[in-house]
Design a protein around this ligand. Structure first.
Ligand code: FAD
Ligand code: SF4
Length: 500
């Protein structure tokens, strides 16, 4: 029986982040482990309210009150079991999820302080990792085989579910390492890569085969894949970066897609662990922000990750531009009533490391230094309104000014999955959002070819990728005539409390 008064005795507390002057000199994670006493205290704040809205806030349907109470009473092994019943990779979500569950926590009603659900989750995950993540191979093989294309969280979650059900699973990844955006997209100060490697060892021990450096559609055709396997899951992400080709000066040196900078920087960090260093952009430009004035355009995860990387590379100064006005700092209940996901100012640890955020600003021009290299961005204050579903951006007269810029990073979102040979070969096409549609049974327009994660959903979240990977795995298992049912947390039509 949970403690009904815990939240009255204890305030919400998170572990202190590593000090800024220390952490920007390295690439290690910002948060140290919380310590058992703090995490048991915080788990005690969960009263098991009876109608746990946090379940619906979590796309995985994590059994949050159950494992909160197990942590409160020190039942770590049972907490590890309970958490893994719904989430293959809590070490990723516990570190990186924006925690829509916390926005839906009953303790948050009326501006209260929700339970630190995500922190409890990561501590359970790390307890599991310390215990060695024992493999759970299938009791017997089914004799059926599945190809998973793409090794991000969607592909990996599906692979683990299918392997545990006895299917022979091969994951094909065009990159030189497994992990999708977790590997080279998300910097180490948010997710150190040993967490991925530990989980991959478990998957391998459960029978999952990994083939890196294989670009499906180029190195192996869709037909070859279909001949070799009984079903195919496409989990290729939504990596088509949005650009701004119409902005004057876009072609100048020093103006780059954010992902080009992030991936190159993350590869340099990874090189310290024995992987190849690619310290230059594809056009040969060094990626280093050291000593440079950096302007990041965009207000989301990718922009914040660029900010943290720029600080660690020693940028002279960083501006981060957001088209929209500064959001409120607390939930506006009239606009976003509890338990929906509120529009509020979201600040990441990277924001306390420095840099200036400029809201309600649009770039009019990237300014040439006379040699073809960017030297500034000319911006204007803007208002943004929606008319007939279209976004109308209007510059405020007389508000134009220049910001110094030697390096400009475009973090203005993604336009769906990339156009690549694999699509036509499998006979699937991008919809108006650049995503691949799924039928209710997760099959694409091509029979036996399934889709999950960002490729189906558009650029989203790790928690959704895992949820969709699990759901697609359940559908594939049933398509292959597998015995029993695999758990499936979501269907493709479900609209979450926390849409993204
Ligand atoms: C910079 C950045 C930071 C982010 N931070 C967060 C965060 O803090 N929290 C959060 O919840 N979400 C975050 N996200 C979003 C999250 O990373 C994605 O939603 C998630 O990784 C999607 O998983 P996925 O498996 O669908 O695809 P991905 O992780 O994109 O993986 C797709 C994989 O498919 C491979 N692939 C593509 N085509 C082929 C082919 N033809 N053959 C073989 N392989 C192929 C790609 O190389 C890639 O490895 C972030 C995204 C970015 C870009
Ligand atoms: S996965 Fe995200 S939404 Fe679900 S319990 Fe963890 S932090 Fe909350």
């Amino acid at each position: 029986m949970p403690d009904p008064n815990g939240f009255l005795r204890y305030d919400r507390r998170l572990p202190a982040r590593r000090p800024v002057p220390v952490r920007i000199t390295d690439w290690r994670e910002v948060y140290p482990p919380a310590g058992e006493a703090l995490i048991r205290e915080q788990a005690t704040r969960c009263m098991d309210c009876g109608i746990p809205f946090c379940h619906d806030g979590c796309p995985l349907g994590n059994r949050i009150p159950d494992w909160n109470d197990l942590v409160r009473t020190g039942g770590w092994d049972a907490a590890v079991e309970s958490l893994h019943a719904t989430n293959n990779f809590p070490e990723f979500t516990g570190r990186l999820c924006p925690a829509p569950c916390e926005a839906a926590c009953v303790l948050g009603i009326g501006g209260g302080q929700p339970v630190t659900i995500k922190q409890v989750e990561v501590e359970i995950a790390d307890a599991a990792a310390r215990g060695g993540l024992a493999p759970r191979p299938a009791a017997a093989p089914t004799g059926r085989s599945v190809a998973v294309v793409g090794s991000g969280p969607a592909g990996l979650a599906a692979a683990q579910q299918l392997a545990r059900a006895g299917h022979a699973v091969t994951v094909y990844e065009r990159d030189d390492a497994i992990g999708g955006l977790l590997r080279y997209g998300i910097p180490d100060f948010k997710l150190e890569k040993q967490h991925i490697d530990l989980r991959l060892a478990q998957l391998e021990a459960e029978g999952v085969r990994f083939r890196t450096g294989v670009n499906v559609g180029v190195d192996v055709t869709a037909e070859q894949l279909r001949e070799a396997h009984d079903a195919v899951l496409l989990a290729c992400g939504a990596l088509q970066g949005r650009d701004t080709p119409e902005t004057p000066g876009r072609a100048l040196r020093g103006v780059h897609q954010a992902m080009a900078h992030l991936v190159a920087a993350n590869r340099v960090v990874a090189a310290g662990e024995g992987r190849p260093a690619l310290a230059v952009l594809p056009d040969g430009t060094p990626i280093d922000a050291a000593g440079k004035h950096v302007v990041i355009i965009g207000g989301g995860d990718t922009a914040a990750d660029c900010l943290g990387v720029a600080h660690r590379q020693g940028a002279a100064g960083v501006h981060q531009l957001d088209l929209y006005p500064e959001p409120p700092h607390a939930r506006d209940a009239a606009r976003d009533p509890w338990p929906t996901w509120p529009w509020i100012l979201r600040s990441y640890p990277a924001h306390e490391e420095g840099g200036d955020r400029v809201f309600a600003a649009a770039v009019l021009e990237f300014v040439d230094d006379g040699t073809g290299q960017v030297r500034a961005v000319r911006i204007a204050e803007v208002t943004v309104e929606k008319r007939d579903g279209r976004r109308i951006v209007t510059a405020v007269p007389g508000s134009e000014r220049e910001l110094p810029a030697d390096l400009v990073l475009l973090a203005i979102g993604f336009e769906g999955t990339e156009e690549q040979p694999l699509l036509a070969q499998f006979g699937v096409a991008r919809n108006a959002r650049g995503a691949i549609d799924a039928r209710p049974d997760w099959q694409t327009d091509a029979d036996g070819v399934f889709v999950a994660g960002d490729m189906h959903r558009g650029a989203s979240l790790i928690v959704w990728a895992i949820a969709e990977g699990r759901a697609a795995a359940a559908a594939i298992h049933s398509y292959l005539g597998g015995v029993g049912e695999l758990p499936a947390p979501v269907d493709p039509e479900r609209q979450p409390l926390a849409a993204r």
